[in-house]
Design a protein around this ligand. Structure first.
Ligand SMILES: Nc1ncnc2c1ncn2[C@@H]1O[C@H](COP(=O)(O)OP(=O)(O)O)[C@@H](O)[C@H]1O
Ligand SMILES: [Mg+2]
Length: 431
């Protein structure tokens, strides 16, 4: 006989239906899990074995085959433990198969039969709701699942309680939806003293949804200003809050089933890798840019980030989504963020900021690229705007033609004494 239990596989923010089929057949004792299980799923054999032993049931000495269908979809994660255990219980006749057919199950099992939290329960609940099924989930995540609305939820603390529930001897109470998380916006913009221009820029960025780059010396309040941004953005609408919470649910960042109501603010450290920023890895998890979806992604010390990590942000910033390609599946996470970056003025940039002495060290190439503040290119662009020959441009700045040529080709960096005349040349009105 084959027992069936419905569960899900997560592909980004999409839950795909997966059927766990359990067959107990005559043959040499063996316990097989097939259907592209990853390491965590393959290990669920041991957990299920131990959990059933803990509630006083031993597996029959027969050939047990567990198939996760569709067999070509890769299965990741530990949430297959509970459906596999339920399938076994059904195949052994300990649970009524017809009752089980009305439910979808997710949850990880402990060796003592406890049902432990696993990521993505909110998604599973919404999937169950769409298929008009009930949901069996870990008790700790009942409040999270209850947000999905019209779904019968069975919050299981352990296997025994679940068996008693289905026998009708001790019914598990359906959970109430968790409260909305209280951690409101960060610091208040009113706390920031002075810095009127920066505050105005922040307000304009908030109003128009613009990205923002702040340059300034350490201690100027860049980090403080960035942290103020979520507080002046409009509140999340209920559907946006659900979307943000779903990403947090997949990333296991939802505490006590509390729905997230405030705009996310993520500030990854500059040592963050590409995978940490855009997601991916062995088990595809949303990265920082997805965790900041509909909120603010703050990159402090921008030039210190790895070049590859910054480049990987291009796609999400342009399209608002991140696609991680895997061998057998394509995973897409939403990633509509407002990017706020901060950096200390670096040499070449400093050259064009009034009052900052020119340093003769060569700037980091990243700085040049990020800001487009490359002096040779600017000189050339300017000269073309003014329709001048190099000789004439040199005359305007007051240096020899050779010297100017060296600057424009980037062979030499201009000494400090020419800062003002170059600035004047770069900013003069086009006649
Ligand atoms: N304009 C300001 N108003 C109030 N506090 C400020 C202001 N500028 C800086 N601070 C405080 O000074 C400290 C350093 O600021 P921070 O934002 O970390 O600077 P930065 O990121 O530019 O190095 C923080 O504790 C911040 O609260
Ligand atoms: Mg700072």
């Amino acid at each position: 006989m084959v027992a069936h239990v419905a569960t899900v596989a997560f592909l980004g923010l999409e839950a795909r239906g997966v059927e766990v089929q359990v067959q107990i057949a005559a043959g040499l004792p063996k316990f097989l899990v097939v259907g592209l299980p990853d390491k965590a799923v393959a290990e669920s054999r041991e957990r299920v074995h131990a959990a059933l032993a803990a509630i006083g049931l031993s597996l029959p000495p027969k050939r047990i085959t567990v198939n996760l269908s569709p067999a070509d979809l890769p299965k990741e994660g530990s949430h297959y433990d509970l459906p596999i255990a339920l399938g076994l219980l059904a195949a052994m006749g300990a649970i009524d198969t017809e009752t089980l057919a009305g439910y979808l199950a997710v949850g990880e099992l402990g060796l003592d039969g406890r049902v432990a939290p696993s990521p993505g329960v909110l998604l599973a609940a919404m999937h169950a709701s769409a298929r008009s099924l009930g949901l069996i989930c870990p008790a700790a995540q009942g409040p999270e699942a209850a947000w999905a609305g019209d779904v019968e939820i069975v919050p299981a603390p352990d296997l025994i309680a679940l068996l008693n529930h289905f026998r009708g001897s001790a019914v598990l109470r359906p959970p109430e939806p968790g409260e909305a998380a209280l951690d409101g916006p960060g610091p208040d913009l009113a706390q920031v003293k002075g810095q009127e221009t920066a505050k105005r820029a922040l307000e304009i960025a908030a109003a128009g949804g613009h990205n923002l780059l702040m340059t300034g010396p350490p201690g100027a309040g860049k980090s403080l200003l960035a942290a103020c941004l979520p507080g002046i953005l409009p509140e999340l609408t209920p559907s946006e809050a659900l979307e943000v919470s779903m990403i947090a649910s997949v990333a296991e960042a939802l505490s006590d089933g509390r729905l997230i109501r405030s705009r996310p603010f993520r500030a990854p450290h500059h040592s963050a890798s590409m995978v940490a920023l855009v997601g991916g890895g062995l088990r595809v998890r949303p990265g920082e840019v997805s965790l900041a979806h509909l909120g603010v992604l703050f990159l402090d010390e921008l030039p210190e980030f790895q070049r590859s990590a910054l480049d990987s942000l291009r796609q999400p910033l342009e399209t608002g989504t991140v696609s991680v390609a895997r061998a057998n599946a394509h995973v897409t996470f939403p990633a509509r963020v407002q990017l706020v970056a901060a950096m200390n003025p670096c040499d070449r940039v400093a050259f064009l900021l009034p009052g900052v002495p020119l340093d003769s060290r060569r700037p980091k190439p990243e700085c040049q690229q990020l800001q487009g503040n490359d002096l040779p290119a600017r000189l050339k662009r300017r000269r073309r705007e003014l329709r001048l020959f190099q000789r004439e441009a040199a005359q305007r700045i007051g240096v020899a033609a050779d010297t100017y040529l060296n600057w424009e080709t980037g062979r030499r960096t201009p000494p400090t004494q020419y800062q003002h005349s170059i600035e004047r040349f770069l900013t003069a009105r086009v006649p």
